[in-house]
Design a protein around this ligand. Structure first.
Ligand code: FES
Ligand code: FES
Length: 177
């Protein structure tokens, strides 16, 4: 056993303090220590995007991140974006556009899409991304696919995924967030 290190992170708005071995990934800390199992483990080696979460509004693969690297940071997972009562606009858009089948990739797709839209200033900022700024640009379907290429969907729901993101990217600022 390695010695444990105290890691403090704000996760979905709640300050958490965890004693972790330095080798524990952010993904395992979220899923196994905090019970936030909405974030999925697909490949566990950076190839599928199922584990995507937002760190200070930027998307990362949490399977490749050591939790100790994120001491003091703000983490947002799918649970922090919305729920059945008050869904995030992207969650609603995924439902409207049939953006999933089995749903295994969906949390990662949605977190990744939020990070991607923030990077490019498309759509309106969400609580997780409002501090990021970028010039607003129009995203073509091909660009959306390219910028989302780190998120694989084994069910092949790509048309619905792109449709959902396109819809939110085109939303009038203020209508989403
Ligand atoms: Fe992290 Fe596949 S589980 S990229
Ligand atoms: Fe099944 Fe994407 S909906 S992997």
């Amino acid at each position: 056993r390695q010695p444990v290190v105290e890691v403090r992170m704000r996760v979905n708005g709640v300050m958490e303090s965890l004693d972790l071995e330095p080798r524990v990934s952010l993904l395992d800390a979220l899923r196994e220590r905090l019970g936030l199992t909405g974030t999925k483990k697909g490949c566990n080696q950076g190839a599928c995007g199922a584990c995507t979460v937002l760190v200070d509004g930027e998307r990362i693969n949490s399977c490749l991140a050591l939790a100790v690297q994120y001491d003091g940071r703000e983490i947002t997972t799918i649970e922090g974006l919305g729920d059945g009562e008050r869904a995030h606009p992207l969650q609603s858009a995924f439902v409207r556009n049939d953006g999933f089948q089995c749903g295994y990739c969906t949390s990662g797709q949605i977190c990744s899409a939020i990070g991607m839209l923030a990077e490019h200033g498309a759509g309106a900022p969400s609580a997780a991304t409002e501090h990021l700024s970028a010039d607003t640009i129009e995203l073509s379907d091909a660009e959306i696919r390219e910028r989302m290429s780190g998120n694989l969907c084994r069910c092949g729901a790509y048309n619905g995924i792109v449709g959902a993101i396109r819809e939110v990217a085109a939303a009038v600022p203020g209508e989403i967030g």
